[in-house]
Design a protein around this ligand. Structure first.
Ligand code: ZN
Length: 151
């Protein structure tokens, strides 16, 4: 089954990123979205992003994965990912969610994401995708870091 508008299958290597806690995350959609971002297929990425931002839990999970990846790699989140006044490319909406989830308050982040508009979620998820693709492009990031669920 494909969630994209064509027969591409970008998600095969990313299905392990589905949610280990049983939250209502659409693992197939998420893996296809992250896979298409990683593959640089903007047609699929855009199509899946439009579906993904209608789904607050799946959007939150993508942001969570980005935070977990950075936390696992660097031992914390830089100010530019949480502080609205700090320099950096992260969207304000991403920072808002990352801040809500600090100190392992992941549930609070999911709730915050559910209160956002689709436009806000789009901005947050776009930053998360950029972070994830960047992190996964590093040779020494391990899958283990992405399986954690708290930061
Ligand atoms: Zn594609």
């Amino acid at each position: 089954m494909s969630t994209g508008s064509n027969d591409h299958n970008h998600g095969a290597g990313f299905q392990a990123l589905a949610d280990p806690l049983g939250r209502p995350v659409d693992g197939l959609l998420m893996s296809e979205f992250i896979g298409s971002a990683f593959d640089g297929c903007t047609a699929c990425q855009d199509a899946q992003l439009t579906l993904l931002i209608e789904d607050p839990a799946t959007s939150a999970r993508v942001v969570e994965l980005a935070c977990v990846a950075v936390q696992g790699k660097f031992g914390g989140l830089p100010d530019g990912m949480t502080d609205p006044a700090a320099a950096g490319p992260a969207a304000p909406e991403f920072r808002q969610l990352a801040r809500a989830g600090l100190d392992a308050r992941n549930d609070a982040m999911f709730q915050e994401c559910a209160r956002m508009t689709t436009t806000q979620r789009r901005a947050a998820v776009n930053t998360a995708a950029d972070v994830l693709v960047g992190m996964m492009s590093m040779p020494d990031i391990t899958g283990q870091a992405l399986h954690g669920t708290e930061w």
